[in-house]
Design a protein around this ligand. Sequence first.
Ligand code: PAF
Length: 281
Amino acid sequence: MLLIDTRKELRNHLSSLKKNESLGLVPTMGALHIGHAALVKRAVQENSVVVVSIFVNPTQFNNPEDLENYPQTMVADLKVLEKIAKHIIVFAPTVKEMYAEKVASTTYDFDGLDKVMEGAFREGHFDGVGTIVEALLNLVEPTRAYFGEKDYQQLQIIRKLTQIRNIPVEIVGCPIVREANGLAFSSRNERLSKNNREEAAFIYKTLKTAKEKFGTESATDIMDWVTEQFEANPYLELEYIQIAQADTLEPIVTKENNKKYRAFIAVYAEGIRLIDNLALN
Ligand code: PAF
């Protein structure tokens, strides 16, 4: 495995590769779990060269405490990647290497995709994500880049980013990987107590029931029902439940037959923020 920490070295290495090689990029913030491993495995299957970036991007954290507490587990991360494939290139730059002297985001017009849900509750978050993903795509120039559907809004925003910046890359969205109890894998799950990690299974369970209800009940009734379920749960605090169109992320007004919808949710468990989403039709 090759571990590179400067942009220059990465560019030099990539430019020495043959022109006809396909290149997969998996951007991560480290603390790799089974969900990340699924992205990397898919990238390894579909490309001859794979770059995994490990970079905790400061500009996408709206909460300084969250940034401070973000797990940094480089040694374990490298072990995870080595088990998947020996030829992976790991790019792990410092903040200075990526941002030089000015740790700041670009401001994007994502056509409203960033104004709802995560964007509404985490100010500036998607400008920060856009800034780092644009920088990584321009640096690596991958054939394909892989992102998990757990951050479904992020995935749609990154697709939009590549359109507005004309970046020639295929954005591959990969299905959510869940723990045995249904909780979506997240680096944050490690911070939950054993009890709350079990209790957090309630999030997916509630989404699944919302999906069952979607055939017969109105979206408003379903969102009210989800809110009531969390009000009665002593371990979990609901931040939002939103049913929205899957492509535009526009909050649902009335159900239309030819449209696809998803339910999006954010929940706090002992101060740890967990998100999830599920296709409803
Ligand atoms: O999903 C993540 O881990 C991050 O938002 C990403 C895409 C690596 C950008 O920092």
